[in-house]
Design a protein around this ligand. Structure first.
Ligand SMILES: C[S@@+](CC[C@H](N)C(=O)[O-])C[C@H]1O[C@@H](n2cnc3c(N)ncnc32)[C@H](O)[C@@H]1O
Length: 361
């Protein structure tokens, strides 16, 4: 198994889970979801499923999901935002510690977070994942090579017309091209983040073209200040209340909190393919981009392995990052991706090829 996935790699969100929320039908019985930071899990509660099984290879990602769940259950939205380190209100370290100590977490998770928070003076931990730290570094290179002022001005644009004009005349110059060229490639990510386990690209596009077109698509969606992902890439932090991931959305937060009165959640450490076999029937499997890391027999047969454990008409959401699994046997599934074209077009990271499959009953 990939040795990269055994640490605190994700603490915020590098996928926009509004897509999976859109795909999940209301009041489904059972969802199986890869944890990541946990922020790709909790918004699904807004659809009020009966049970969620959360799975990950890394126990740290499961702990973080538990912490998200317990903070939503116990805190009001403004407390939740400031506990994690989102804008706009600061929470002082003593208050954060007091709030944390009152949470009901399993002993191992509690000990893990006491150590983590202690080593960061009880600051918010939303930027503590290795992925978030790497993107903070990337933002500093962008600021150095493009100029901090130019980036700050981009985030002052209030509508798309203003933003497109600003981008054309001020932004896509040498500094931009140098940063994308230097940092947008496997060598950089393998050296600084994935330690040799970066995804093995098989999409027929060069790295520069991929990252350049992703960047431009992201900036064509909405004003930069409203997109958390471009905030992370160019500023390294989220500074605008209007540019936060979906877990922070007022309506989603309240529905999630409400659902915690009824939805049950279990946590499984292990491979999503093995766990799927233990917990049928499943109405939605939210895979993240896990299949991009499959190879050999598994990439061919993984859908057939899990098919018996999926409910009739059950859905599978797949995100492919630079690598589309080869020769995958999709027998017994309908490709329903086009039903979700609008949600896919609005997805805030635009970094994935997305495929949605439905089991043929
Ligand atoms: C695949 S990662 C997201 C990756 C990220 N979007 C990227 O660009 O690399 C999401 C979560 O899946 C977990 N994961 C990876 N492979 C897994 C597997 N086979 N079974 C269960 N969880 C897995 C990781 O530990 C991580 O927390």
């Amino acid at each position: 198994m990939n040795a990269y996935f055994n640490e605190l790699n994700y603490s915020l969100a590098n996928e926009d889970t509004s897509l999976e929320v859109n795909v999940l039908p209301d009041q489904s019985k059972h969802v199986l979801v890869a944890a990541g930071s946990g922020s790709r899990v909790t918004p699904l509660l807004a659809k009020n499923p009966e049970h969620i099984t959360v799975v990950d290879l890394a126990k740290q990602q499961l702990y973080l999901t538990q912490l998200r769940v317990e903070t939503i259950r116990n805190f009001q939205r403004d407390e939740f935002l400031s506990f994690w380190g989102y804008p706009s209100r600061e929470m002082n370290p003593e208050t954060r510690k007091k709030y944390f100590m009152e949470l009901n977490l399993e002993a191992e998770a509690k000990e893990y977070f006491i150590n983590l928070f202690d080593s960061h003076n009880w600051q918010g931990i939303v930027y503590n994942g290795k992925w978030e730290k790497t993107f903070n570094f990337i933002s500093r290179v962008f600021q150095l090579l493009i100029g901090k002022n130019k980036i700050d001005q981009l985030f002052q644009c209030r509508n798309m017309e203003e933003q497109q004009q600003y981008l054309q005349s001020n932004f896509y110059g040498l500094g931009y091209r140098l940063t994308v060229g230097l940092l947008g490639n496997a060598k950089f990510f393998n050296t600084f983040l994935y330690k040799g386990h970066f995804v093995k690209k098989n999409m027929p596009i060069g790295y520069y073209d991929f990252y350049n077109s992703t960047f431009r698509k992201v900036l064509s969606l909405c004003p930069a200040r409203e997109n958390y992902f471009i905030n992370l890439i160019l500023r390294g932090t989220l500074d605008f209340p209007e540019g936060l991931p979906i877990e922070c959305d007022e309506d989603v937060f309240h529905k999630t909190k409400q659902a915690l009165n009824t939805t049950t959640i279990s946590y499984e450490l292990g491979n999503i393919l093995d766990v799927a076999q233990k917990v049928p029937p499943i109405d939605l499997i939210s895979f993240s981009d896990v299949p991009s890391y499959f190879s050999g027999d598994i990439e061919k047969s993984y859908l057939q392995k899990i098919r018996p454990y999926i409910a009739a008409d059950g859905l599978v959401t797949l995100r492919y990052y630079l690598r589309i699994p080869e020769n995958t046997d999709k027998n017994g599934f309908d490709d329903v991706t086009s039903d979700y074209a609008t949600a896919i077009a609005k997805e805030k990271t635009q970094s994935y090829n997305i495929e949605i499959l439905k089991k043929i009953a």
